[in-house]
Design a protein around this ligand. Structure first.
Ligand SMILES: *Cc1c(COP(=O)(O)O)cnc(C)c1O
Length: 365
């Protein structure tokens, strides 16, 4: 089976993990600080704050911006549920705008959802392509809104020469399958020193110095072991992203003419980092999305559906006082049609050939 994602860790990670184990210091310390510095240098942001996971990164960003009960946050309904859970955890109300063909939030739809209570727009850089950050930033500036970027899938994505995560508050995940991983982990990036300071306080029980509590905080700290696993991957990210980009371009060249299959597009001015390579299976295809996934699975090709339903479309959120549902037909169509093919950096040429050939065969192309 060709897996949809793969994790390969090497000697560099082993060496740093052993260093941590032998040091006896397991909780947030010098390794975490080094990870923050490396990611900061790499991301082009002035401040990076490491936290224990990507969901926490989003919660902490909202809390640091003082967004909570009574405040509305406009986001995409076509995301992993962590995006929604983070808004609810912060106490705010989630409001949804529709997406465009690039799978990210549509600035025009965001504009329609704004009210006097709106405090932030929370774009999700889905599959590794940033949302239209220039348009969203302009809109946010005009209405005095914060931009909180769910960059969990978009380490290294660029829009108009600036990295995703540097337009607003960037929230990255280091979960097992993400483009950089520490098993669990998160990073928050910002150019605002006061916000970075608040994030550091929130992360550590609101403590400025030991037992000097400045604000009610939490324990959002990353461990030294997590940092040791992630650190070597920052330097390798560029090379691994190039592998992803190569695989994506080969897929698009070789699958673009398949009837009923819409290959994903890199938008002008945006650098896609291909966390996922996601096609749409439309009504013209010989099989529907689930049929294609099953046929590929039977032929040894692992696929993924990210995501089969809109994130609020579950009973646990129906009638939830902090969830305001609106009509988002384009997002709903995505949930019915999307299918992701293996694009990870360790995919071999033979595996890629097999994926292409199998897709073409089962769709009679
Ligand atoms: C992975 C992910 C998150 C959450 O990150 P965790 O590290 O798993 O908490 C949030 N949003 C999106 C879009 C994700 O893919």
């Amino acid at each position: 089976m060709i897996p949809i994602s793969k994790v390969e860790l090497g000697e560099d990670e082993e060496k740093l993990v052993l260093e941590v184990l032998r040091s006896g210091r397991l909780t947030q310390g010098p390794m975490v600080e080094q990870l923050e510095q490396e990611f900061r240098a790499w991301s082009g942001c002035d401040h990076v704050v490491a936290v224990n996971n990507g969901t926490t990164a989003l919660v902490a960003a909202l809390q640091a911006l003082d967004i909570g009960p009574g405040d509305e946050v406009v986001t995409s309904p076509f995301s992993f549920v962590a995006t929604l859970n983070a808004i609810l955890e912060a106490g705010a109300t989630a409001v949804f705008a529709d997406v465009t063909d690039d799978f990210t939030i549509d600035p025009a739809s965001v504009a329609e959802q704004l009210t006097a209570r709106t405090r932030a727009v929370l774009p999700v850089h889905l599959y590794g392509q940033a949302a239209d950050l220039p348009a969203l930033s302009t809109l946010a500036a005009r209405r005095d809104l914060a931009v909180v970027e769910d960059a969990a899938q978009a380490h290294g994505a660029v829009v108009d020469g600036r990295r995703a995560g540097s337009y607003g508050v960037g929230c990255f995940s280091l979960y097992a399958t993400k483009n950089i991983t520490s098993g669990e982990g998160g990073l928050v990036s910002t150019n605002d020193p006061a916000l970075a300071d608040r994030l550091r306080l929130l992360r550590n029980q609101g403590m400025r110095a030991r037992y000097q509590y400045e604000i009610p905080g939490h324990n959002y700290r990353m461990t030294e072991l997590q940092a040791a696993v992630a650190l070597p991957q920052v330097a390798r990210l560029a090379e691994r992203t190039e592998r992803r980009r190569l695989h994506a371009s080969l897929y698009s060249q070789r699958l673009a003419d398949v009837p009923g299959l819409a290959v994903p597009r890199e938008e002008p001015g945006r650098r896609h980092v291909w966390h996922q390579y996601t096609v749409r299976v439309t009504g013209d295809a010989r099989l529907d999305r689930d049929g294609l996934a099953a046929a590929l699975g039977a032929a040894g090709v692992g696929t993924g559906v990210y995501y089969p339903r809109l994130m609020h479309d579950y009973p646990s959120y129906t009638g939830h006082p902090q969830v305001r549902v609106s009509s988002t037909p384009r997002a709903a169509a995505c949930a019915r049609e999307v299918l992701s093919l293996p694009v990870h950096p360790w995919l071999t040429e033979a595996e890629l050939d097999h994926v292409v050939t199998t897709v073409r065969t089962v769709l009679n192309a």
